[in-house]
Design a protein around this ligand. Structure first.
Ligand code: ACO
Length: 343
């Protein structure tokens, strides 16, 4: 079965939520250390030219050994909360999208809660790979729209450098570390998050995975020597599925709000590969100037990618209050998601 965004569509009638939900603050954090393509040339058999032409990536950030995913998440969260004017005591729910939790358990959101000094509110992780941040936005918005919570903190955070195979030139050049966050709240204005779309296709779990360390292949000397604790990827298959799934997800979200690409001020796609983004933009009819790209500086930061890009695009003034923006992501699972927001 090919990937199709047969996701849980709300009917057009129900696209307007009970309470409008807004992103009232964003923040991001990347570690200081930069690993350039020139550095990688000294580590594996690759060239700056190959990495740039095949992926668009020029450099990525690498966190120091002592820094956990939750540490980067907390920095991003503090910046989002500061921009939103929200105190940690006001947070009602913490959601963290990550494939690189500090530990298999407890969940990373619990570490974040404690490090932030937040109240003993619910805190959990979303494991939807690169789609984790938008999955988190959708979950957070449902809790606010229903009236269950007032303020939700959604984070995408990754320390991918700990699961990259630094001997595999076909993957190690693509990934980096960092975190992005958003604070969600209800506001009286009608705009905010207008539509979201999420989907998954579990028939292709094998094309992008980290097979070792779970219940199927518990950690052992054998799994370590078989290099089962690092990223395995069939690049071409992932590429093909990413373009199709993101196009379908983006079109579904636009359709739910009766919008077209012409209405959108800024498209913020998952930052995995420039060629994937170019193919997606061309299929969506999105001109270059509408598409936000920062992957040349950070590489693919999985769940953190779109969260960092959203924060940077907002701070750079790529859209203003009232403008329509489209987020669209794709990741292992396979998973995908999209979101239309009136800023
Ligand atoms: N440097 C030099 N040569 C390389 C490198 C490298 N870093 N990596 C691979 N090659 C070689 C290969 O060995 C191959 O050589 P061969 O023809 O002699 O066998 C040649 O380059 C072509 O390799 P391909 O894999 O066919 O290259 P492709 O054009 O498909 O690009 C890439 C590879 C960049 C991985 C691409 O397939 C891609 O971006 N796929 C999607 C990856 C992605 O987005 N993943 C994450 C999405 S979801 C998530 O974020 C979790």
């Amino acid at each position: 079965m090919t990937t199709s965004a047969k996701s849980n569509l709300r009917s057009p009638k129900s696209k307007r939520h009970i309470r409008p939900v807004h992103i009232v603050g964003t923040g991001s954090y990347v570690p200081d250390r930069i690993l350039t393509n020139a550095d990688l040339e000294k580590m594996v058999d690759t060239t700056d030219e190959w990495i740039t032409t095949r992926s668009g990536i020029k450099e990525r950030r690498i966190a120091p050994d002592w820094m956990c995913t939750s540490d980067m998440a907390v920095e991003a969260a503090r910046r989002a909360m500061q921009q939103a004017g929200v105190h940690e005591n006001e947070i009602d729910l913490i959601i963290c999208g990550t494939v690189t939790p500090d530990m298999p358990f407890p969940n990373t959101a619990c570490f974040i809660q404690h490090k932030l000094g937040a109240r003993h509110v619910p805190a959990f992780d979303i494991e939807a790979a690169c789609s984790g941040f938008i999955y988190g936005l959708e979950i957070g918005q449902q809790f606010i729209a229903s009236g269950a919570y007032e303020t939700v903190l959604v984070i995408g955070a990754e320390k991918l450098s700990t699961i990259v195979d630094w001997q595999d030139r076909s993957t190690c050049v693509l990934f980096g570390d960092g975190a992005g966050a958003a604070v969600l709240r209800s506001r009286s204005e009608e705009h905010g998050i207008l539509a979201t779309c999420m989907g998954a296709n579990g028939s292709q779990t094998d094309i992008l995975s980290l097979p070792g360390g779970g219940a199927k292949f518990p950690a052992s000397k054998e799994t370590v020597s078989a290099r089962m604790h690092v990223i395995k990827m069939e690049g071409k298959e992932v590429f093909k599925n990413a373009v199709i799934a993101m196009q379908t997800a983006a079109e579904e979200a636009l359709k739910k709000c009766n919008l077209t690409m012409a209405d959108i001020k800024c498209v913020i796609p998952h930052q995995a590969n420039l060629r994937i983004i170019d193919a997606l933009a061309s299929r969506l009819g999105a001109p270059e100037e509408k598409v936000y790209i920062n992957l040349h500086r950070y590489g693919n930061v999985s769940a953190a990618s779109v969260a960092i890009a959203l924060d940077e695009a907002a701070r750079e003034g790529r859209f203003q209050r009232g403008d329509l923006i489209l987020l669209v992501v794709f990741g292992a699972g396979l998973t995908w998601a999209s979101c239309v927001i009136q800023w």
